[in-house]
Design a protein around this ligand. Structure first.
Ligand SMILES: NC(=O)C1=CN([C@@H]2O[C@H](COP(=O)(O)OP(=O)(O)OC[C@H]3O[C@@H](n4cnc5c(N)ncnc54)[C@H](OP(=O)(O)O)[C@@H]3O)[C@@H](O)[C@H]2O)C=CC1
Ligand SMILES: O=C1CO[C@H](CO)[C@@H](O)[C@@H]1O
Length: 276
């Protein structure tokens, strides 16, 4: 388990990735995302999660350049979107993402969703980019166990990360156990279910007991489950508060109480049903 905001976890290829970061979905390209990223990095965040789909890669690159920290000390993730998948398409999409970010290498590149006709060829292109050294680690997002198994039968490089929807209403026991067995790090998207969990009584009670906010309790629960977490905010005070989770811990009983809130309820699409 990470012990501080800048602690890193070792991926299965030896690369170290921060265990906590900033998500930027819906952070508007331009001033909004630039300021959110700069604020986060200046406050100690070392991981930023974007995607070509979010339309804000330029601002992410800009925010990091405007911060007080050098690019090499920040771990940047971006993702290949569904209509960019396929072998040649992915090579082109990667060049565009890198260009928008203003970088000459990327830390982590993910397949955003398992587009079933294309994801194997997409992976082949990502393996090539990884072998060429322009990406430090490659991984997937929204992969269920059967998607991972299908990938394994064709892959030369194992995914390092699987980024999936994960929060107290969706504890993803099956995928989580599989990823742990296969040494694939799990990363939580919509860790706070976009605000829908803040009034839950179990969470507010625990928060009150620790003098913390519901958001902080939920994010701490991720960390104690060894799940990388990337809460999104463009609000400076929330960016700071969300990271203030390394001075308390949840008891085993509190962890279990939060685990029991599971309803297998998604905020986003089910990877087996999504409309490609
Ligand atoms: N791979 C994938 O398919 C997906 C990946 N993601 C990634 O995961 C990240 C996080 O998930 P996301 O869906 O954004 O949802 P989150 O669960 O992170 O919730 C974000 C929302 O909560 C608000 N918020 C943040 N902190 C607080 C706080 N302390 N108190 C009250 N409200 C708060 C934000 O508002 P405000 O910004 O106004 O402060 C925003 O509206 C994304 O940004 C993206 O990087 C997300 C979805 C899918
Ligand atoms: O990354 C993402 C942001 O959220 C969207 C849903 O609201 C997802 O579809 C997408 O994968």
């Amino acid at each position: 388990m990470i012990q501080s905001l800048q602690d890193r976890v070792k991926l299965n290829n030896g690369i170290e990735m921060p265990g906590f970061g900033l998500g930027v979905y819906k952070a508007e390209e331009g001033q909004e995302v630039v300021e959110a990223v700069r604020t986060a990095v200046d406050h100690g965040y070392r991981l930023v999660d974007t995607a070509s789909f979010y339309g804000n890669e330029r601002g992410v690159g800009e925010g990091i350049r405007e911060s007080s920290v050098s690019r090499d000390d920040i771990f940047v993730t971006t993702k290949v979107w569904n209509d960019e998948q396929g072998y040649d398409e992915t090579l082109r999409a990667f060049e565009k993402s890198l260009d928008r970010l203003g970088y000459d290498y990327l830390d982590l590149y993910l397949i955003h969703w398992p587009v079933k006709e294309h994801f194997l060829q997409t992976w082949k292109a990502m393996e090539r980019l990884y072998e060429e050294g322009v990406i430090k680690a490659i991984g997937v997002s929204n992969f269920n166990v059967h998607h991972l198994q299908r990938l394994f039968t064709h892959a030369n490089v194992k995914p390092t990360v699987n980024q999936i929807e994960y929060h107290p209403h969706l504890t993803q026991k099956v995928v989580k156990a599989f990823c742990e067995k296969e040494d694939i790090k799990m990363e939580a998207w919509s860790p706070m279910k976009r605000g829908e969990l803040f009034d839950d009584e179990t969470i507010t009670d625990i928060a009150q007991r620790h003098g913390k906010t519901p958001a902080q309790v939920i994010l701490r629960w991720d960390i104690q489950h060894n799940v990388i977490t990337i809460p999104k905010s463009v609000t400076p005070s929330r960016i700071k508060d969300n990271a203030d989770i390394f001075d308390f811990s949840l008891s085993q009983e509190e962890m279990e109480k939060i685990d029991q809130l599971n309803r297998d309820e998604r905020r986003g699409m089910n990877p087996d049903e999504f409309d490609q």
